[in-house]
Ligand binder design. Structure first.
Ligand code: NAD
Ligand code: DAU
Length: 353
């Protein structure tokens, strides 16, 4: 049955992508949602078991670097819209092995743009290519100021350079070929289903297992944390109401020094695990800094708030508690994820630190 729209969500088996897929499948039964994902180490279909048999949901295993496969997928479904999240997303991996970041984040994005251009050549009315990007493209802030939509790009890691490159290509295809493109740049997300290589789930898992919590350098780097549900809400608004050619910054207005965040998490974990206060903090271990470690990110999201009426949840401690509860009650998910490749990766990453 032909539905109102057929939408491709790339990277839908990953952390943020799985939350986007769930929201779109449940909220828009009039759309067909195609989740296109390669299922790398970060892609996990177990994130989506609750909606996998929904009549408006389809999974397609696809590597976006494979040009022919991407073209074939677009011809098969004749998509009306694309929400592009598939990416190599972990900064530390981009430092130890940058090549996949170039292939997936740059070449993969170009393949999606070319395929969109091909099927939308005759009629671009009502179509949209929405590219999900990161605040890391803007580089690193000092003590003052925030990134706005007009901040000059200054990527400083292979990850952020590959995302910056893909942002430029998306805008160039909009400008040159008239594809209706929208880009958003978001700050650090946290919440259920995040792969435990990223700071918050890694720390939760280590605290649970009485393992050291590795804090890079002096723990003084600052990130602007946003609950994944707030990002998904913004993605929904921008996909439906964002103006073609525009960029929207998304952030939590919620800056934390890494060490302060870890200490808050330790207090929450002590409470949840029934351990005496101060137990988890003893696990904090300062390790060698990340090469080229960006000092501070902070997002000014006033454009999104004013133009599209978006607002993040204000209570970070509540969002963190929700996240801790999820990880503590989904031990099977965590155990399955922390096996095989992740364990090997983990050993390599922290060897000698
Ligand atoms: P993630 O690593 O959890 O998931 C990435 C997904 O992409 C996985 O399902 C993986 O299998 C898939 N994928 C990777 N390479 C692929 C390929 N070649 N072909 C098809 N699929 C492939 O990432 P995430 O944290 O959910 O981030 C999603 C997007 O949001 C990324 O584009 C990232 O740059 C952006 N972003 C993330 C954050 C954050 O804090 N996590 C913040 C801002 C922006
Ligand atoms: O800002 C948005 C970006 O946030 C996204 O585009 C990326 O996909 C996402 O991975 C994230 O990048 P960060 O590098 O900021 O996230 P990460 O969780 O890796 O690290 C957060 C901070 O914690 C950073 O300053 C490095 C530090 N850190 C990280 C790890 C994994 C530690 O101190 N110890 C650790 O073990």
């Amino acid at each position: 049955m032909k539905t109102e729209k057929t939408i491709l969500i790339t990277g839908g088996a990953g952390f943020i992508g799985s939350h986007v897929v769930r929201r779109f499948v449940n909220k828009y039964p009039q759309y067909t949602i195609v989740n296109g994902d390669k299922l790398t180490y970060a892609g996990n279909l177990e994130n989506l078991t609750d909606i996998e048999s929904a009549p408006n949901y389809v999974f397609e295993k696809i590597d976006i670097v494979d040009k022919n496969a991407v073209t074939g997928l677009f011809i098969k479904y004749n998509f009306d819209g694309v929400i592009h999240l598939a990416a190599e997303s972990h900064v530390d991996r981009s430092i130890s092995a940058p090549d996949d970041f170039v292939f997936t984040n740059i070449i993969g994005t170009v393949n999606l743009l070319n395929a969109s251009l091909h099927i939308w050549k005759e009629n671009k009315e009502g179509k949209k290519f929405y590219h999900i990007s990161t605040d890391e493209v803007f580089g690193s802030l000092g003590k003052e100021g925030k990134f706005t939509e007009t901040t000059a790009y200054d990527p400083r890691s292979p990850y952020s350079a590959s995302k910056a490159s893909s942002d430029h290509l998306v805008r160039a295809y909009g400008h040159t070929f008239g594809i209706p493109v929208v880009v958003s740049n978001c700050s650090n997300n946290y919440g259920p289903n995040q792969f435990p290589e990223k700071l918050i789930p890694l720390a939760i898992n280590n605290i649970k297992n009485n393992k050291p919590i590795p804090v890079y350098g002096k723990g003084e780097n600052i990130r602007d944390w946003l609950y994944v549900g707030d990002h998904v809400e913004a993605i929904d608004l921008i996909f439906h109401m964002g103006k073609p050619g525009e960029t929207y910054n998304i952030g939590g207005n919620n800056e934390w020094k890494n060490i302060d965040l870890i200490k808050l998490l330790c207090r929450i974990m002590d409470k949840k695990l029934g351990r005496p206060e101060g137990t988890s903090e003893k696990l904090i271990t300062y390790v060698k800094d990340r090469p080229g470690h960006d000092l501070r990110y902070a997002i000014d999201s006033s454009k999104l708030q004013k133009e599209l009426g978006w607002k993040p949840i204000p209570d970070f401690a509540a969002g963190l508690e929700l996240t801790v509860d999820w990880y503590l009650s989904n031990t099977l998910w965590l155990e399955r994820v922390i096996s095989g490749e992740y364990e090997k990766y983990y050993e390599n990453m922290y060897a000698g630190r």
